[in-house]
Design a protein around this ligand. Structure first.
Ligand code: FES
Ligand SMILES: [Fe+2]
Length: 351
């Protein structure tokens, strides 16, 4: 059901504080994250192997976690290093741990075969830790949606003019633009250009120009880890934005979004709308994030309502339209990757 052999965002860096245990369910597994004394993060299953008490109720001691039921102590490799009143430590008293990489203000976790965890395949998110871009970090929890419904939503921006009519979409051309969709091994690239469009409502309070805009969204969807990485912007219409010209009035954004399934019916949504203008103005970053959060609330409303229908009518059939092209491609790629992962697991269990 979930691709396991890839990096997922487990948390924003700031969520995992020193000397505190942070618990989060990821891909149906209860996990704790904490920081060692040198600040590096560690992750392990949130169950003590003694009597299965949650380690999230435990306490950090140096680089270790002590279960606060009967006091067993575990190091960050998951090995039990102390059993009170007992010299011998039974070898099966271990906690499963997960490879982590902290990069670009995110903590990435590998939930699959640890032998395959390759740091060089951590997705590029450098916009989130760059002096050229500013943002206020965002997180939304979907309590009632399978991650694929959110993936579908992000791959089809024809919903912008309807779901987001008064926020990030606007009444303009959103629903009419036919995107260019290119498929790669890793996912799809989607290009949408809106010539001479109305300024979308969320830009109106920010833009230093009036009248029409040339507007674009060019984004990569990475199937592994469910990552959206999007360059978007608004320039005064007719100033050559699509021919490589950059009017000084152009507003440019890079949106970074990551979906990490919590379970089959709930999803963690990490996002950041980075901007390259007024980067020293935190109020601007916050105002942009607030606008985006509102818009994502609109998505959540329709997607969670859709999930209810799917639950109540599991046999009802969906019918494709042209705008589903990208999401069909991504579902095809995901199935291919899931199939490859299944064969790999079978091979290793056979031999
Ligand atoms: S359940 Fe953790 S020490 Fe007993
Ligand atoms: Fe949306």
């Amino acid at each position: 059901m979930f691709l396991k052999n890839c990096w997922y965002v487990a948390a924003w860096s700031h969520e995992v504080e020193c000397e505190k245990i942070f618990a989060r369910k990821l891909l149906n597994e209860d996990v704790i994250l904490y920081r060692r004394q040198d600040g590096t993060p560690a992750a392990m299953v949130n169950r003590c192997p003694h009597r299965l008490a949650p380690l999230s109720l435990g306490r950090i001691e140096d680089d270790c976690v002590r279960c606060m039921y009967h006091g067993l102590l575990f190091n960050s490799d998951g090995d039990c290093v102390e059993v009170p009143q007992q010299d011998r430590i039974p070898p099966n008293l271990t906690v499963k741990t997960f490879p982590l990489v902290e990069r670009d203000k995110l903590i990435w976790i590998w939930m699959g075969d640890p032998a395959l965890a390759d740091e060089s395949s951590v997705p590029d998110a450098h916009w989130l830790d760059s002096p050229d871009w500013a943002y206020a970090p965002g997180y939304i929890k979907y309590d009632n949606a399978n991650f694929m419904l959110i993936v579908d939503n992000l791959l089809d921006f024809s919903h912008l003019g309807y779901v987001h009519e008064t926020t990030i979409g606007g009444k303009g051309n959103s629903g009419l633009i036919k995107p260019k969709v290119e498929r790669f091994d890793w996912g799809v690239r989607i290009t949408r250009q809106y010539t001479d469009d109305d300024i979308p409502p969320f830009i109106r309070g920010i833009a230093k120009f009036e009248g029409k805009t040339d507007r674009w969204q060019i984004y990569d969807w990475h199937v592994a880890g469910n990552i959206l990485s999007m360059d978007s912007g608004n320039a005064p219409a007719g100033t050559g934005a699509f021919d490589g010209e950059a009017s000084p009035l152009t507003l440019r954004f890079h949106s970074y979004q990551a979906l990490t399934p919590e379970s089959e019916t709930s999803t963690h949504y990490f996002w950041a709308q980075t901007h390259d203008f007024e980067i020293d103005n935190p109020q601007m970053s916050q105002a942009i994030a607030d606008q985006v959060r509102n818009a994502f609330g609109e998505d959540r409303e329709i997607i969670e309502a859709q999930q209810v229908v799917l639950k109540n009518f599991p046999d009802a059939k969906m019918n494709p339209i042209g705008a589903d092209a990208a999401l069909n491609q991504v579902r095809w790629l995901l199935n291919k990757k899931l199939e490859a992962e299944r064969s790999l697991t079978q091979e290793s269990s056979n031999g």
